[in-house]
Structure formats: structure tokens, C-alpha cells
Write a protein that binds this ligand. Sequence first.
Ligand SMILES: NC(=O)c1ccc[n+]([C@@H]2O[C@H](COP(=O)([O-])OP(=O)(O)OC[C@H]3O[C@@H](n4cnc5c(N)ncnc54)[C@H](O)[C@@H]3O)[C@@H](O)[C@H]2O)c1
Length: 347
Amino acid sequence: MRAASINVGLLGAGFMGSTHASAYARIDSARLVAVADANRDLAAKLAHEHHARTCDGIEALLDDPEVQAVDVCLPTFLHERCVVSAARHGKHILCEKPIALTIEEADRMIAATEQAGVIAMIGQVIRFWPEYVAMRELLQSGALGDVQAVKAARLSAPPAWGAWFKDPSLSGGALIDLHVHDLDFIYSLCGMPDRVFATGLQSATGAWDQVTSVLEYETVRAVAEGSFLLPDCYPFQMQFRLQGSKGTVEYRFRVAGQVGERDEAETELVLYRPGAAPEPVAAAKKDAYQAEIEFWVDCLLTHHQPAQATLRQARDVLGIAMAARRSLETGEIVALHRAAGDSDMKP
Ligand SMILES: NC(=O)c1ccc[n+]([C@@H]2O[C@H](COP(=O)([O-])OP(=O)(O)OC[C@H]3O[C@@H](n4cnc5c(N)ncnc54)[C@H](O)[C@@H]3O)[C@@H](O)[C@H]2O)c1
């Protein structure tokens, strides 16, 4: 039987915590009931705005019997600890991307959630971003023919709101934190690449904060660029071009400031076909974070694991990022091997 509404506890009241909280306020089938953050004032403020209560720490929120599901919006180095603990408490889980900083952490998260039988998903929001959804649908409709080439970019000033982003041991740098969005979307369209080559630059903290990765498939060539090294006045940009044998679709998003200002963005989504004029493509008018959370909540209400943005998929994508890191460190092309019947990369 379908439950009417899910009670959610939010871990983290920072940039993503408040973004998710605003999304819950627009979703009838979920109710934010509790918030925890090491910064208690921040947690109390967000909880007050959303008529939820403040919990004294992560464990207190996980112990709360009214909380049925937790939404992890904590810095990446805390994802494993929180997801494993939430699973042991029997809570369903949405955890922000990237899944974790290492394959070993991701494996422990997968083991804990599968053992507990909880419904779990990683917040790979681009899979739910209306224009990216429209591009995937165009491909699935056959309008583009076979994919031949992909070009993706995600260009940003360093996140100004969290000092932890600068430390690669806490965030993974732009390679793991930012680039993973495009690696995931390419993976969602094309699967695991055969080979990865990457070139880039490290910032003063040793983080790979400027990365260009080339993903080679049997018949597809994909290039993705991610950067946190742009000046703070540089507009946040996302670009994605999907070139097929019958047509090309291209998305451009540009906004002064950061992704938080996304409602103000200049955007363009256009289909180009031989012998035809450029055709603007319509996309749903829905906030991507709301769409992502609605999808997860629907999985909870209907008691099934998500078909996309799973922990295993996120682990594969982290594997691609790790291959890119190895290429950055060695200058070599890294081959990805898959055992027969095994969806996971063997790094
Ligand atoms: N999907 C997206 O578009 C997107 C965008 C930005 C960030 N993210 C991801 O979301 C996650 C959170 O990033 P953010 O930008 O919200 O960071 P943030 O720094 O704004 O917020 C993190 C919050 O966690 C709290 N915190 C830190 N240590 C804690 C602890 N031990 N216990 C309890 N609370 C603690 C901090 O006080 C802070 O309020 C990261 O994994 C990041 O990669 C995703």
C-alpha cells in the first residue's frame, strides 16, 4: 500500500541542506521533521523556517523514531560514516553527490545499505535536470541517431561558502566534487568507458581543480572539462553537446554567481539536424533538486529501489574519476577492465 507522506531528517544545513529544505517545502508527499548540523544555530534557523525540530547531532537525528528517511547534505568526507550509520538505524537514504572519496568507502556504503535493505540513492542531480532529461529523451527517441561524440563542461569559481572544498582530502577537489556531475551524465548515456585520459592542474592545496578528461568508448569519444579555478566574478556555466549520427543537441547554461542563482540563468537548448533550421527544444519547467527529491520520495512511497542514481552507479562513476586521477598523476591512458557479468569497474 502506498504511504501518504515520508518524514525526512536532514543532516547538514549548509548550501545543499537549505537547497533541499526548500525543495521539501514544495513536495506534498514528504515532510521535513528534523535538522542536525554541527553549527547548531544554522540547524535551528533552517529547522525554524521549515517547522521542523533541531537535533543535537547526527546520532540524535538517526535515533529519532519519527524520522523515516535521512537526507545527507554533509561535506563529502562524512558521507560514508553517515550513510553506514543511517542504514544501521534502518533509515532510507538520499546522500548528496559525490558518493564518497574512495572506492573502499563507497563499497562499505553499498554493503551497509544492501544489508539493511533500505532504499538508497545518490543525489546526482544532473540526471533530473530538465534540459539534461530532454537531451536523454531525444537520444532515446532516435532523433539523434547513434551517439558519436560528447562534449561537457562545468566551470566555476571556487565555492566561497565552505572552506572544506579547498582540501582534497575532504572534498576530492574539482575532479571528484564538480567533474563527477558530467562523468555521471556521460556514464548514464554511454556506460563505462574503455579508456580514460586526463590532463589538468592542481591548486596550491594539491587538489586537482582544473581537469579535462577524455573518455574513449568503442564508437563514442567524450570530453569533459571541470574547473574550480575561475575568478569569482566568472559566471557559473554548464555546457553539454550530444552529437549523434542524425543530429546534435546542445545545452548552455550561464549564470552570474553560482548554481544557487539558477533561476536567473541564461539558458539555451537547441537541436541541430542536417538540412533543417536550428530547433529550440522545450524542457520541463521544474527545479532539478525538487525533481530529484520527488523521484526518491516516490521510490520510498512505492517501496522500490531507484532505477537510477544508485550507489552502485555512483561507485562506477567514482571509478571513472579515480581513473582520471591516475591519468593526471602519471600522464598515461588508463584502461578500465570489466569482468564478465560484473557492472563494477576493477580499478
Ligand atoms: N548537487 C549539487 O549541485 C551540489 C552542490 C553543492 C554541494 N553538493 C554536495 O553537497 C554536500 C554538502 O555541500 P554543501 O555545499 O552543502 O557544504 P556546506 O559547507 O555549505 O554545508 C555543510 C554543512 O555540514 C555541516 N557539518 C560539517 N561537519 C559536520 C559534522 N561533523 N556534523 C554535523 N554537521 C557538520 C557544516 O556546519 C555545514 O553547515 C557535499 O557532498 C557537496 O559535494 C552538491
